[in-house]
Design a protein around this ligand. Sequence first.
Ligand code: ADP
Ligand code: ADP
Length: 219
Amino acid sequence: MIRFENVGLRYGMGAEVLRDLSFQIAPKSFQFLTGPSGAGKSTLLRLLFLSLKPTRGLITVFDRDVASLPKTELPSLRRRIGVVFQDFRLLDHLTTFENVALPLRVLGREEASYRADVIELLKWVGLGDRVQALPPVLSGGEKQRAAIARALIGQPEILLADEPTGNVDPPLAKRLLRLFVELNRLGTSVVIATHDIGLMNQFDARRLVLHEGRLSIYD
Ligand code: ADP
Ligand code: ADP
């Protein structure tokens, strides 16, 4: 569903921070993306989320060549990709419910048509009792789960998560991992960018390892 062929990325006139990447993200697959700080994980996530275009090579997302994609088609493609950002990007003046429902509201859907789905998803991530809470009163782990729910409400075919266990304690990290594994079992492709070796050791999955902009793959 996503294919990289000899992809390179440089910022401005700088050196390439990603060099000659070739790999695929298959439907229903699960992978960790890892590597030391500065290796290019965030940059690779930006390419996967279509917020950067490659400066060399070919990226196809759902069979579309990213380089020649008209701007007008970007939103419909992005909707098929759920993203959990490291800093959550929740809106503080909206409740948990409203934050999670936002992607649907933006599409012009009526609340009556999605209310039950949002509540069910919030229960699934363990926030059934935080529906009306505002983000500033949520704990780090609750914000993390709200961000996950918002990424999932549009039923994306692939979920990208940037350091989803970066701010939570080990028991919650384990619960989050179970959530991602369950999501994958239900058919969604999952890419988790992480430094957390302990987390990766809990689940035997494909590893995409970046080192100085180059990728090694351990299936
Ligand atoms: P990681 O997420 O693995 O820490 P990044 O993708 O953030 O790595 O960074 C890879 C390299 O690209 C680093 O050398 C970083 O300084 C550089 N970099 C990241 N973003 C930019 C940018 N917007 N402009 C210039 N250089 C950048
Ligand atoms: P991470 O937490 O993985 O480092 P970020 O995306 O927040 O993810 O930051 C990516 C890296 O790129 C950081 O090290 C940041 O300092 C660096 N960076 C961002 N913008 C620039 C830039 N314009 N020039 C050089 N480095 C940058």
